[in-house]
Design a protein around this ligand. Structure first.
Ligand SMILES: NC(=O)c1ccc[n+]([C@@H]2O[C@H](COP(=O)([O-])OP(=O)(O)OC[C@H]3O[C@@H](n4cnc5c(N)ncnc54)[C@H](O)[C@@H]3O)[C@@H](O)[C@H]2O)c1
Ligand SMILES: [Zn+2]
Length: 360
């Protein structure tokens, strides 16, 4: 299946790529997880489509398999839901050797991982991501957690899974808007890594949009490879890992100010356009590269402009982000295409002009 490995100080784990759940038994065996109890955590949309299949496939490899389903959506991503997981764990005598599997999107993976990290001070955990965003981003790298009182992901841990199993076939049932939002994160990996990747996406955009296996596998694998490389060098965001936040400084502020009516990826698309604007003005990316980015975002129906908020609102919101240190805004910019760097050295005028570039 030729996997990718994520290496951190404490752990090395594989990411498997497949277009069915058939290889998951092999993953369980290879990682020495068979014979235990398995607790699959999933959401109310994914449960009916995939939980039974995963359960049936794995039943003979585990002593017993339990499934817990929570209400789908970011609104469930809180400590109350985690508390429900703990109750379920207690009722079913989940022990130190049990494996928790997060079967779903980023909300599910982040919460299943957080519960696994904290129950009995940490039990085994595997990620089975079913959204494009989760397959290229959230399931890799070990950030797990929940939202608390309107602050996103403010309670959490770094907790790496034992393996990640990516079945791209699950993307066939993903609503188009969710798929496209995931594409924003996919497109993000081009500017921060290499123009070749952007070219691949541009040349294969139709196959990707049609969710053809070989094109999808190529892009998802490449994204995981880039993320694995970055996380292996900087697990806890001491520096390098920040480059993954390309487009996120302005994106997050828009996301919050719009009261989460836009999807995360849609806001990242807007945020990327805004920082590309800064880079274009600084002369570190060309007009051609800027136009190319915009046309890719447009192809995947991602927003390039937004109305209903002001530049002042976005600007002040940015200072409230949990990543702000010493009241200084930090941006990931490009030295040139494929060469990102993180800086606090961006003028207020540059920021306003970037924001204005996405306001209608
Ligand atoms: N841990 C990290 O490093 C990291 C990185 C980025 C984002 N995140 C988190 O990820 C979350 C967003 O993830 P998401 O976009 O996957 O959202 P999500 O988990 O809410 O999934 C989006 C929607 O798609 C549905 N769904 C999932 N898989 C499906 C499938 N195969 N077929 C049909 N429907 C399906 C879900 O039920 C949900 O309604 C946020 O909470 C964000 O904070 C975490
Ligand atoms: Zn993101």
């Amino acid at each position: 299946m030729n996997n990718i490995y994520v290496k951190t100080k404490e752990k090395k784990y594989p990411i498997y790529f497949a277009n069915s759940f058939n290889g998951i038994e092999k993953a369980v065996e290879e990682n020495d997880l068979s014979g235990r109890k398995l607790c699959i955590i999933t959401d109310s949309n994914v449960s009916g489509i995939y939980a039974q299949n995963v359960k049936d496939t794995l039943e003979k490899y585990f002593e017993s398999v339990f499934v817990y389903t929570f209400d789908a959506g970011e609104k469930s991503k809180n400590l109350n839901t985690i508390s429900d997981f703990y109750s379920f764990f207690l009722e079913n005598h989940i022990d130190r050797k049990t494996v928790v599997a997060g079967l779903g999107g980023g909300v599910c993976g982040d919460m299943a991982g957080f519960a696994a990290a904290t129950y009995l001070r940490g039990i085994k955990f595997i990620q089975i991501p079913t959204t494009l965003l989760a397959q290229v981003d959230s399931s890799v790298g070990g950030k797990v957690g929940v939202d608390f009182k309107n602050s996103k992901n403010i309670i959490g841990a770094f907790y790496q899974p034992d393996f990640v199993y990516i079945n791209t076939e699950t993307l066939n049932t993903l609503p188009e808007r969710e798929f496209n939002a995931g594409m924003a994160e996919v497109i993000k990996y081009g500017p921060i890594y290499s123009h070749n990747f952007t070219e691949y996406i541009a040349d294969n955009k139709k196959a990707i949009a049609d969710r053809e296996y070989s094109a999808l596998k190529h892009v998802i694998k490449k994204c995981c490879k880039i993320k694995a490389e970055v996380v292996s060098k900087d697990e806890k965001e001491g520096g390098l890992r920040e480059i993954l936040n390309f487009g996120h400084t302005i994106g997050h502020a828009i996301e919050t100010k719009m009261n989460f009516t836009l999807l995360h990826g849609e806001c990242v698309a807007l945020g990327m356009k805004a920082v590309f604007n800064i880079c274009l003005k600084r002369g570190t990316v060309s007009q051609k590269e800027y136009d190319e980015l915009l046309s890719l975002l447009e192809y995947f129906n991602l927003p390039l402009n937004i109305s209903g908020i002001t530049a002042d609102e976005i600007y002040s919101q940015m200072f409230l982000d949990k990543k702000v240190k010493n009241n200084q805004l930090s941006f990931v910019l490009l030295e040139s295409y494929g060469r990102p760097f993180s800086t606090t050295n961006v003028d207020k005028e540059e920021i306003y002009s970037a924001i204005n570039a996405v306001l209608r």
